[in-house]
Write a protein that binds this ligand. Structure first.
Ligand SMILES: [Zn+2]
Length: 133
């Protein structure tokens, strides 16, 4: 006889989501401050800019948004996420090149190693739209 069966997400994904919940809480707090500053009572659209090296899972971030937005100033707002592709620069030959993940990257031009990340760590609010302004 089979007992009750539950499926649970693995522990790492819960911790991962807690990370994104914290980020979204901070974002909504910043958005509320911006709304107050602009004399707006609502936000209609939020655009976040997130680099591929920012260590943020966009699906988890959207999930956190669904969970937190309805009771916040962002209730009913559209969330858009702009992804910034990561780029590093080689100090030896000045080449800028796209990178996937990690901290040290090999230059495709001359083979030197570089940790000089020029883009991809972005994590912030790119734009807000207020309906009553
Ligand atoms: Zn190089």
């Amino acid at each position: 006889m089979a007992g009750p069966h539950w499926t649970c997400p693995p522990v790492w994904s819960i911790f991962g989501l807690m990370h994104e919940l914290g980020i979204m809480e901070s974002a909504l707090d910043a958005i509320r401050h911006q709304a107050v500053k602009h004399g707006a009572s609502r936000v209609s659209r939020i655009v976040l800019r997130i680099g591929t090296l920012a260590g943020v899972d966009q699906d988890a971030l959207r999930f956190a948004y669904e969970a937190l937005a309805p009771t916040s100033i962002a209730a009913g707002a559209v969330l858009d996420i702009e992804t910034v592709a990561a780029r590093a620069r080689c100090a030896a030959c000045q080449t800028e090149f796209g990178v996937e993940r990690g901290f040290i990257f090999q230059c495709p031009q001359c083979g030197e190693y570089s940790g000089d990340i020029r883009a991809g760590r972005e994590l912030g609010i790119a734009r807000l739209e207020f309906p009553d302004l």
